[in-house]
Design a protein around this ligand. Structure first.
Ligand SMILES: [Zn+2]
Ligand SMILES: [Zn+2]
Length: 303
């Protein structure tokens, strides 16, 4: 556990010459290595790590990505921090990069240019210390994927194989990249809402919006809390039979003003309520949409 990046780097070239199917190192890239990275993260409910040694065959540059499920659902699109190993295993980048699959599909031959332009645009929106990060990476590979990753790099940090970071350095680097990732997401102009809120409030509202509509999170909330409305005790099955089976809505209870960008942790037990659609609409009409007690009182007083 002392040096997470050591094993993939040390063994890859040797294993790469062997059969891909059933290879143990390939398996570790899919399971163990991402898990070890995940163990460095503070909030495992929110982040998902995915690693790949290639699909169907060894890739030149294997990778391990860290997805914030509030921002990116799949490594094929969007952007996220990713460990990209150089093809000669002389080192590895931690790169805030873009999902290339989706861009390649949509833009074909122009994909590289699109990725480069987007990377520039992202950099312009990020406030980062340009003396500390690389804007160009070299994966030492001629494969199409590698070239697209190079084009997609927003900012990166490089670790050479004779100077790999220990857990603490890695942890703090990942934390920093996750902060940039989050900052980028909530300054994303494509999510603009036409309100007059100040910049910070706008970011908070976007964060709330993401939390409430995040399908992965709400699934976990429902699994934990069941399908009976916490405010009025209504159960969709009682009213709609089979059609209402497993239907309920997840409501995020933290007041929007308390959502800290860069500080938000997911607490499934205490931060969410499951509500029927009516109660969910009504709680959002309260001055404080986190006041479940108040809503229950109102219902009680009406009966
Ligand atoms: Zn209800
Ligand atoms: Zn809600």
């Amino acid at each position: 556990m002392e040096n997470i990046l050591r094993e993939p780097i040390a063994d890859y070239l040797k294993e790469e010459s062997k059969e891909f199917g059933g290879n143990e190192l390939a398996n570790k890239f899919r399971h163990n290595f991402p898990e070890e990275i995940e163990n460095l993260l503070i909030d495992k409910t929110r982040y998902k790590t995915i690693g790949s040694p290639g699909k169907g065959n060894w890739t030149d540059c294997p990778w391990i990505a860290i997805l914030d499920t509030l921002i990116t659902e799949s490594p094929q699109k969007g952007y996220y921090p990713v460990f990209l190993f150089k093809s000669d295993m002389s080192g590895v980048y931690l790169s805030l990069n873009q999902g290339v699959t989706d861009v390649i599909e949509n833009y074909k031959r122009d994909a590289k240019d699109v990725l480069k332009l987007r990377a520039e645009d992202f950099r312009a929106r990020l406030k980062f210390d340009s003396s500390k990060f690389l804007t160009k990476i070299d994966l030492n590979s001629k494969t199409r994927n590698a070239k697209h990753y190079q084009a997609g790099n927003i900012i990166a940090k490089y670790y050479s194989n004779d100077n790999l970071p220990g857990s603490n350095e890695l942890k703090s680097d990942i934390k920093q990249f996750l902060e940039y990732y989050e900052n980028l997401a909530y300054s994303d102009s494509s999510f603009s809402d036409h309100t007059e809120n100040n910049h910070f409030e706008t970011k908070q509202i976007r964060l709330h919006w993401r939390i409430e509509r995040n399908s992965g999170l709400s699934k976990k909330v429902k699994k934990k809390k069941g399908y009976e409305c916490e405010a009025c005790k209504m159960n969709f099955v009682d009213k709609y039979g089979e059609l209402g089976a497993k239907y309920i809505e997840a409501h995020h209870l933290k007041p929007i003003s308390e959502l800290g960008i860069g500080k938000f942790k997911v607490d499934l037990e205490n931060d969410f309520a499951v509500l029927c659609s009516n109660c969910h609409s009504m709680i959002h009409k309260l001055n404080d949409p986190s006041d479940l007690k108040k809503l229950k009182e109102i219902i009680k007083n009406c009966k």
